[in-house]
Design a protein around this ligand. Structure first.
Ligand code: HEM
Length: 328
């Protein structure tokens, strides 16, 4: 029998959702189909061009989308430069001397403005760039949900606290994902983006020489891989020297990241923890993605959509920035 309460609860929820505009169906794949029908191919063309001289740029661009979405939602806030009143997220610890690709975002924005002035947000450009980056590197393609608008503010303090650090425990990182509505399947799938791109020595030297103050390397690090990494990152060497996040296929989007973890060849502590934290629920997900690239790709696409849905500004909130670096 259907009780009065079982009927009332969903109706109440729906009413509250409409009242407070928290419905999740805000973005859609056809948002620019009349106002800027070629936006995806414009974005893709600029990235293709940039890849000619910088095979790393796709990786850098998807990372910008991640660092944008984790701080007050996917609202282009990471792109804003400092000005008199605004403290840029670019200067937050996870981004400074690390986040890159801003010049390419500007090139994309210029190309998009030339075709469809004042229509496409910088936040949507980051989401589209992330998809192009993945598909151009051999990964899956998908229909990007669109309709985000750009913030008029940045949150440097939020960037410092909300973006996970590579030195954090799996439980802390899981908590930061959970805080933005992402679960451990999202965590493992999205970490698979470390199948391409680079990381600086300063993010791994503790693992190589003095892990947790032991004076020894991280015991979960494969010894042959350790020797290779020590050569590239000598003690007291240049902390900004680069390492491939996936040493097997550095510029290709595939599932080798997960077999690397199974072989104790994850680059960052936060990577290896997904497989080496005893009893963790993430282990079986790593195994699944390692054994089936198709399953990894399907989950990756769903998790990118989940991440792209974090608190977008829509409707009349925010603005369509004309220059991604500054508010209108
Ligand atoms: C799970 C927590 C994560 C941590 C702790 C983390 C940490 C890092 C660190 C430390 C770097 C190296 C930065 C540098 O050397 O300057 C990096 C690079 C990168 N991250 Fe993550 N990341 C995480 C999740 C993600 C997610 C969810 C994505 C995208 C979906 C992503 C995509 C990338 C890419 C593609 C690069 C290479 C960027 C480049 O070459 O410019 N990461 N990450």
């Amino acid at each position: 029998m259907v009780s009065f309460h079982s009927l009332l609860a969903p109706i109440t929820t729906l009413f509250l959702a409409i009242l407070f505009n928290v419905s999740n169906a805000q973005l859609n794949a056809t948002f620019y189909s009349t106002t800027c029908p070629n936006v995806s191919s414009i974005v893709q063309t600029v990235i293709q061009q940039a890849l000619q001289s910088d095979p790393r740029i796709g990786a850098s661009l998807i990372r910008l989308h991640f660092h944008d979405c984790f701080v007050d939602g996917c609202d282009g806030s990471i792109l804003l430069d400092n000005n008199g009143t605004l403290r840029s997220e670019k200067d937050a610890a996870p981004n400074t001397n690390s986040a890159r690709g801003f010049d390419v975002v500007d090139n994309i924005k210029t190309a998009v403005e030339n075709s469809c002035p004042g229509v496409v947000s910088c936040a949507d450009i980051l989401a589209l760039a992330a998809e192009s980056a993945v598909s151009l590197a051999g990964g899956p393609s998908w229909n990007v949900l669109l309709g985000r608008r750009d913030s008029r503010t940045a949150n440097q303090a939020g960037a410092n606290t909300s973006i996970p650090s590579p030195f954090e425990s799996l439980s802390n990182i899981t908590a930061k994902f959970s805080a933005v509505g992402l679960n451990i399947t999202d965590l493992v799938a999205l970490s698979g983006a470390h199948t391409f791109g680079r990381a600086q020595c300063r993010f791994i030297t503790n693992r190589l020489y003095n892990f947790s103050g032991t004076g020894n390397p991280d015991p979960t690090l494969n010894t042959t891989y350790l020797a290779t990494l020590r050569q590239n990152c000598p003690q007291n060497g240049n902390g900004s020297t680069l390492n491939n996040l996936d040493f097997t296929t550095p510029n290709t989007f595939d599932n080798n990241y997960f077999s690397n973890l199974q072989n104790n060849e994850g680059l960052l502590q936060s990577d290896q923890e997904l497989f080496s934290t005893s009893g963790a629920a993430t282990i079986s997900i790593v195994n699944t993605f390692s054994s089936s690239q198709t399953t990894f790709f399907q989950n990756f696409v769903q998790s990118m959509i989940n991440m792209g849905n974090i608190s977008p500004l829509t409707g009349t909130n925010g603005e369509i920035r004309l220059d991604c670096k500054k508010v209108n």
